[in-house]
Ligand binder design. Structure first.
Ligand code: ADP
Length: 249
């Protein structure tokens, strides 16, 4: 990592990558890109590049984990060995085990688990490139993949973080801000239910700063939610265009 810059926010109030305090990184969302999976999504969130694939509902393995009245949701968050500058061991780290649990708990409230007793829904998240805020981008990607799979959901889930760098509360921290900043507050939201499914805090904030960060993250979530809707719609526009082209041939 480079030496710590003197200031993470310059005199004009701009951040290391030129963003304003309340500005998201550029985001690109796409669904249906892994045809083998029942649902899939690809997310670019700043320099993060993340794939999510959903399989199921399918038979539970091992069988004794099956629940009689609901489905079992399994999540695996994994960072590719080439996703960060120094090679990351491909074996699951403590952090990846924790993030798998955090992502599962953020998604589960949105899914009608009781519709599929004695089955398992598998969610795989593969981080191809990481640059801070991968848990949030992974939740956004996994929720899109679930929606793409057609599994009935009460709502989609969308996630975004806010935090504090130097003395300013900012939206959507990148890796350098995450490492050198004072705090990071990831939030996941079901936008139509207006229900928060994840709220964590890493670092120290005053109560006022915390409230500001949560509200900023929620606003970020709402912006990403409209991009999720567009990504889902786009898939069906593409399909109808393909059908039209085939009919014309
Ligand atoms: P999040 O990605 O949700 O912010 P963390 O706060 O744990 O989760 O991680 C922050 C960032 O640190 C990651 O997004 C990634 O860029 C970087 N990072 C995580 N694990 C490693 C690792 N093993 N080696 C190098 N960088 C890492």
């Amino acid at each position: 990592m480079n030496d710590k810059p003197e200031k993470l926010i310059d005199k004009k109030g701009l951040r290391l990558d030129g963003r304003k305090a309340d500005e998201l990184r550029p985001i690109k969302l796409e669904v249906g890109i892994i045809p083998n999976a029942d649902g899939s999504a690809y997310v670019e969130h700043g320099k993060n590049k993340i794939l999510a694939a959903v399989y199921g509902p399918r038979e539970v393995h091992p069988k004794h984990l099956a629940l009689q009245d609901r489905a079992v949701l399994k999540c695996r968050y994994h960072m590719a060995p080439f996703s960060v500058q120094e090679r990351k061991s491909p074996a699951p780290s403590r952090r990846e085990v924790e993030l798998s649990k955090v992502i599962r708990e953020s998604l589960e409230p949105a899914i009608f688990m009781e519709y599929y007793p004695r089955t398992m829904i598998d969610v795989f998240v593969e981080v191809l490139q990481a640059d801070g805020g991968t848990r949030c981008a992974s939740i956004t990607a996994a929720a899109l993949a679930l929606a793409d799979s057609g599994i009935p959901m009460k709502d989609i889930v969308v996630a975004c973080a806010a935090g504090k760098v130097d003395d300013t509360v900012v939206l959507d921290l990148m890796d350098a801000e995450d490492k050198l900043g004072a705090a990071d507050v990831p939030v996941a939201l079901m936008p139509n239910q207006n229900a928060v499914t994840l709220l964590q805090m890493d670092g120290i904030l005053t109560q006022e700063e915390f409230e500001k960060a949560v509200n900023m993250a929620l606003e970020g979530c709402r912006q990403i939610y409209s991009m999720q809707k567009e990504a889902l719609k786009k898939k069906y526009v593409n399909i109808s265009e393909e059908i039209k082209e085939e009919a014309e041939e």
